[in-house]
Design a protein around this ligand. Structure first.
Ligand code: 9Z3
Length: 320
């Protein structure tokens, strides 16, 4: 009898080497889980965009858009609700509590200080309050960075296998690339544009000087997560679209294909004001929308986390 062909999700991990720091990530996760009471609620929040290197010594890469607001803001809300949080995030994207002070449109780092180098009175209360929250929750939060889609997939798999129980939730807000260059097809060095260095570009630049990108589909890791790596946990995925006509269809398709518990759909341009929640047991679409007025003092993540933590309570009491 012929052996069954390996699934693309399994082949991926045979053909693309693990990041050099993976063992240390596993150690850190183990240590974090060891200080964790088995009955405590815990969530893995993924956040930020994954990059796809075009060269092994990477000068060029393609990227998925995400500032990390959804993930960082959601992580804060989970902490407020008593969850322990593993925050798997794109390095240098927004982080819980710190996010309020960095990459803001009107303020640079030095604007927070006066000419004497002291914190400007205007910002003191906000800084003190965020600092005290960051201190309060520091032992409940594990920060794990990634850069590439390969880092992300290896990390997700490793963490999922350690975390798999029904008190755990997976909240997959990271913007994950659908395409990548497999390890075996990556040119070692910077792709050269000039014809005299053609041999260095390993066939990626044609005779007219055009760069030819040949990307493989990223295997459907969600199926693996749901069926194997984290089959006891509640899994919430996000679906990002730019075309409103596709959002519901694509979100429903994801729910059906992967058979997990929740899909949260959002449109890029309105993602901070409205999302739609689709679940396996409810037929209807549940929209969470907030007005511009509410947005001044609140974030949509407060409402999203309020909603899904209730669903998680139910999930845990059903003893899945
Ligand atoms: C999302 O849809 C997130 O809500 C955003 C958040 C990336 C829009 P920001 O960080 O944005 O607040 O600026 N994440 C997309 C998740 C994703 O890539 N899902 C895959 C897909 O849509 C499948 S898991 O196919």
């Amino acid at each position: 009898m012929e052996a069954a062909a390996a699934l693309p999700e399994d082949k991926y991990f045979q053909e693309n080497p693990k990041p050099v720091y993976l063992d240390s990530l596993i150690e850190q996760t183990r240590a974090f889980l060891n200080t964790h009471d088995k009955d405590e609620k815990i969530v893995l929040v993924t956040s930020g965009g994954t990059s796809v290197p075009l060269e092994s010594n990477t000068v060029r890469f393609i990227d998925n858009f995400s500032a990390g607001t959804r993930g960082a803001s959601s992580a804060e809300q989970f902490l407020f609700k008593g969850y322990r949080v593993i925050f798997l995030h794109r390095e240098f994207s927004l982080q819980p509590f710190n996010r309020h002070f960095i990459r803001t449109k009107n303020l640079n780092f030095l604007d927070y200080f006066n000419a004497e180098g002291q914190i400007d009175e205007k910002y003191l209360d906000d800084i003190k309050s965020m600092k005290s929250m960051a201190e309060k929750y520091k032992d409940a939060l594990l920060m794990l960075p990634f850069t590439t889609v390969n880092d992300y997939l290896w990390s997700l798999r490793s963490i999922a296998k350690l975390l798999n129980n029904n008190n755990a939730m997976f909240y997959l807000a990271a913007a994950v690339s659908d395409f990548y260059v497999p390890y075996g097809k990556l040119p070692e060095h910077k792709i050269q544009s000039r014809s005299e260095f053609q041999d260095k570009s390993e066939g990626k630049v044609n005779k007219s000087g055009q760069l030819i990108l040949d990307l493989d589909p990223v295997p459907k890791f969600l199926r693996k997560l749901v069926q194997n790596w984290a089959n006891k946990s509640m899994i919430v995925s996000f679906k990002l679209e730019t075309d409103e006509d596709l959002l519901i269809t694509k979100a429903k398709q994801a729910l059906k294909n992967y058979n997990h518990q929740l899909v949260i759909g959002n449109i890029l341009s309105t993602r901070h004001k409205e999302v739609v929640v689709l679940s396996e047991e409810e037929e209807s679409e549940h929209w969470i929308k907030i007005s511009d007025e509410t947005l001044k003092n609140h974030s949509i993540e407060e409402f999203i986390i309020e909603d899904i933590t209730k669903r998680h309570e139910k999930w845990m009491s059903n003893d899945n």
